[in-house]
Design a protein around this ligand. Structure first.
Ligand SMILES: C[S@@+](CC[C@H](N)C(=O)[O-])C[C@H]1O[C@@H](n2cnc3c(N)ncnc32)[C@H](O)[C@@H]1O
Length: 295
């Protein structure tokens, strides 16, 4: 079979396996292997990463291959199929849980100044944090609402696809060494108390005060496969959609729009654009901080 033969899209690769050098061919084969891996994960456990950005997934997969000393993605597929617990390990690898309390303080400042005055008019409030990671964003919102006198009438729903993230988020336990940076964020975000009034500590960790948790429900929810589960006045889905391709972003924009009450607010991450057909269902409310309002 000749190189480039239509029946063999990888031409040289199957002929000269040991002399594999063409980068394009290498990535074409790796793409196929990744397709098979993602398809297997979807068929076995229903987690759908097929429309995640390839660049980000590729980095995660290569990182795992290095850690586990695997020569190919196919070797990873084999472990996924036959080794107990391996698939779960990959699921956690694919969940990028980088977060902070009062991350992007200007967002929380804008929320306090521009959104809270409108929320005051509502007798009760439902807020959804979609992709809450380990909970830092959720506790930040609870602190803000407490300071604005709104927490008492608010129910906060916090979801993530990652089981580990949800377990940690429920705990409300954060490394002590991060609290200094979080205090700075809190003050920049318009915080009006001593930040340390919201947590207790031991030698290693800070523990958020339990009064916040009374208003929170944590659950697993997958934006790639699950639908709307309630109607909310505010949804935060920040720094999640950046990992999705346009097809999946469109799906999720639809779920978020369907889950918002009329005039409800949607907050995206500050590097996220909103370019799907669902944009027409929203007005830009505070463009600088990516806050939209449902028409
Ligand atoms: C970078 S964190 C963002 C956390 C927080 N919203 C923030 O801005 O700091 C992204 C989170 O999205 C979650 N995620 C990724 N894909 C998801 C999906 N399909 N459904 C729900 N959560 C998802 C990840 O598990 C991760 O915890």
């Amino acid at each position: 079979m000749k190189h480039g033969d239509k029946a063999n899209p990888f031409g040289k690769i199957t002929e000269d396996w040991h002399e594999l050098d063409g980068r394009e061919e290498l990535s074409e084969r790796e793409e196929l292997e990744m397709d098979l891996l993602l398809e297997a994960i979807f068929r076995i456990r229903g987690y759908d990463f097929r429309n995640y950005l390839r660049s980000s997934l590729r980095r995660r997969i290569r990182n795992r291959m290095n850690l586990d000393r695997l020569p190919t993605v196919t070797a990873m597929l084999e472990k996924t199929l036959y080794e107990d617990g391996y698939l779960e390990k990959l699921l956690e690898d694919f969940s990028i849980k980088v977060t902070e309390m009062f991350r992007d303080p200007n967002f929380f400042l804008a929320f306090r100044k521009k959104v809270v005055p409108i929320l005051r008019e509502y007798p009760s409030l439902r807020i959804w944090h979609a992709g809450c990671a380990t909970g830092e964003e959720v506790y930040s919102m609870a602190i803000l609402l407490q300071e604005e006198g709104l927490l008492e009438r608010t129910s906060i729903y916090a979801t993530d696809m990652s089981k580990e993230a949800i377990v940690q988020a429920k705990e409300g336990k954060f490394p002590l060494k991060r609290m200094q940076a979080y205090t700075k964020n809190y003050l920049q975000a318009g915080g009006i108390q001593e930040f340390s009034a919201y947590y207790s500590t031991d030698h290693t960790h800070a523990y958020v005060l339990p009064f916040m948790k009374k208003h929170m429900t944590f659950a697993q929810h997958n934006l790639a496969t699950d639908g709307s589960f309630n109607e909310f006045h505010v949804i935060l889905c920040r720094n999640v959609l950046i990992y999705f391709n346009p097809t999946l972003q469109t799906r999720v924009h639809g779920v978020l729009a369907d889950s918002l009450a009329q005039d409800g607010f949607l907050a995206l991450g500050n590097k996220e654009s909103f370019l799907s057909v669902h944009k027409a269902r929203f007005d830009e409310y505070w463009q600088e901080e990516r806050i939209f309002r449902k028409r």
